[in-house]
Design a protein around this ligand. Sequence first.
Ligand code: HEM
Ligand code: HEM
Length: 173
Amino acid sequence: MNHPHYSRPRRLLHWLFAAVVLWATISGYASVLLQPPPSVQQAIAFINVSLTSVLVPLFVVRLFYLVRHPAPPAPAHQSALERRLAQTGHAALLITLGTALFSGVLMMSRPIDLFGLQLPQPLQDPAAISVFEELHHYSCLALALLVAGHIAAVLFHQWRGHGVLRRMLPKRP
Ligand code: HEM
Ligand code: HEM
């Protein structure tokens, strides 16, 4: 049977974002909750700011492909409600991801260190910075919950025998 797939750029972007978001979420919360030595916290902060900043321009590329390469048709077994749920979940993931990215940049109270390249912090006003700090805190929490739900939904579909994972994997000959 021929299964429809997301386009190659959408698949590549999905897995690149997934890897960085999973790493930034797990290491970011580990740094806050487990309180490792300051040198480890600084290393995590440096790696995470650098990696997630790369996602900012790529997010625009992702939105471009979202419009240019529409998703493949929904699997035939899905009811109208399931399709609506999946579409809403994906939209919520993208909106929350965008919010986490721009709030992260705008909350910076030091230059943005992009693998050694120093970019100036966009805002100077401490009150505005603290608003975006709070927005970053809540958007990262919401993103972590949505991602957990997203992974659970994919696993649930696999378990029911209606694999959706292959729609995001390379096409097999
Ligand atoms: C989707 C992308 C991102 C994710 C998943 C993410 C995740 C996290 C998490 C889990 C925390 C700790 C949670 C907390 O303290 O409430 C955190 C803190 C932080 N994030 Fe992000 N973040 C993202 C993007 C960014 C960006 C683009 C920047 C700046 C360029 C940034 C800068 C920071 C800073 C400065 C902190 C405070 C702690 C530290 O210095 O490491 N984040 N992030
Ligand atoms: C960790 C961060 C993740 C984010 C932010 C994320 C986000 C998204 C979004 C927005 C879509 C809709 C298609 C698109 O626009 O790319 C999607 C689809 C998909 N994701 Fe993820 N994802 C993540 C992780 C994962 C993981 C770990 C898996 C594997 C268990 C996964 C499996 C899938 C699959 C199979 C689809 C296609 C669903 C369909 O059939 O339409 N995702 N994801």
